[in-house]
Design a binder for this molecule. Structure first.
Ligand code: HEC
Length: 132
């Protein structure tokens, strides 16, 4: 009887834990929340015209090769955006390690309706080697 109670308790705990953490990349989420969430927001929706949304992002669909470089080196906006008066740039994150960048890429690539094949460390190394 006691055994049964313990095992049911364990199953309930496991269910609760897996429900809370459904994304496959929990450490990517931690880094995202720490380094990106302030601007792109926890739900990936960004901030209207100032910060682009990463949710179901066409950009993420088309520019996978650029993603690690963008995270590491940022984006300096060259062309003034006529649709918004304020021009913001994406800051560089030079201190992030390749593993942290890998986790962030996989997290944003597979959150908020985005679905991309997983990246591996070698992909990040190769893509960082060809940053402009
Ligand atoms: C200080 C605010 C800020 C932070 C922090 C920030 N970003 Fe950005 N991000 C921006 C802005 C602004 C742009 C648009 C830059 C442009 O196109 O000129 C951008 C663009 C992007 C883009 C390109 C999207 C598109 O549709 O053009 C990606 C991908 C991205 N950021 C991912 C990240 C990730 C991942 C992190 C965390 C490592 C991060 N950003 C942290 C402000 C930020």
């Amino acid at each position: 009887m006691i055994k049964f109670t313990y095992s049911s308790l364990l199953i309930i705990c496991l269910c609760i834990l897996t429900q809370c953490d459904r994304n496959e990349y929990p450490s990517g989420k931690r880094y995202y929340d720490a380094y990106c969430g302030n601007c792109h927001m926890e739900d990936g929706k960004g901030l209207s015209k100032l910060i682009p949304s990463l949710e179901k992002s066409q950009y993420l669909l088309n520019e996978q090769d650029e993603l690690p470089c963008i995270i590491k080196k940022g984006i300096k906006s060259m062309v003034p955006d006529s649709s918004s008066e304020v021009q913001l740039s994406m800051p560089a994150h030079p201190k992030l390690s390749e593993i942290e960048i890998l986790n962030i890429c996989n997290y944003i690539n597979n959150s908020w309706g985005n679905q991309q094949a997983p990246m591996f460390l070698i992909d990040i190394e190769n893509k960082l080697n060809i940053c402009d």
